[in-house]
Design a protein around this ligand. Sequence first.
Ligand code: AMP
Length: 278
Amino acid sequence: MQILKDVASTRRFIQTQKQAGKTIGLVPTMGALHAGHLNLVSQCVAENNVAVASIFVNPIQFNNATDLAKYPRTLAADTALLKDAGCHAVFCPDAETMYQHKPIVSLDFGLLDKVLEGEFRPGHFSGVGVVVSKLFNILQPDVAYFGQKDFQQFLIIKQLVDDLNFPVKLICADIVREADGLAMSSRNQRLNHEARIQAASIYKMLQSSARQLGIKNFEVIKQEAEAELERQGIRLEYLALADRHTLKTLETFSPAAPSVLLVAVYVGDVRLIDNILV
Ligand code: AMP
């Protein structure tokens, strides 16, 4: 497996593969890899001649300095996992390589980056859009793999690709969960034993809220969800029902309209997100 750290040698590697007629698949990550990431990598390996993963903790998408500082970094273990998964190359630049200066360019995604994560993490999706654009320009993938776990992020990237004509096919893979239902996340590593047990209630709440849609008023569902999470020591930041394509938030559930139920919580000082299609 090639370890690529600087832009010039990465471009040479990609150019060689392209000249040989190889297709390139990309799995962008921030590292601290788990089975959710590896599922994307397996799909990428199966569907492309060359599978590239990127590992880069992107500073400009963090609006909380503590979250950035505490984000787990496990590069040696990650590269071993990628090699075992059959990945052909990993692009793992440092922050100075990606940003010689703080980018002047920022991106506005309209409603898509104003609601939900965008509301609680101002600037986050502009940072995501900038780094994904840089990764697409450097690595020139034919196909890029993302997870439904970051549902809003996928819609943002889809908009980016549509609006700016990136020649990339996007794949959105299902959420991989722990046995107790908790969505796998690099941030789960930061949960202590007690918090990890409490965190299982996030997905249980999502499932029970989804079952009650159309039976109870959504405002009532939300209040009950908040109370249930509070009993588990979890603080609800938002629980929202939204249109699956536009993310326009909905006050009432209609079975005919494809929607998504999205949640963000704090378990101690660890912020976790999850969602379920309804
Ligand atoms: P991250 O390293 O958190 O930036 O995630 C890299 C990619 O893996 C993103 O496209 C995520 O949506 C995806 N991902 C993260 N967790 C999961 C999961 N539990 N199941 C599926 N995909 C995931």
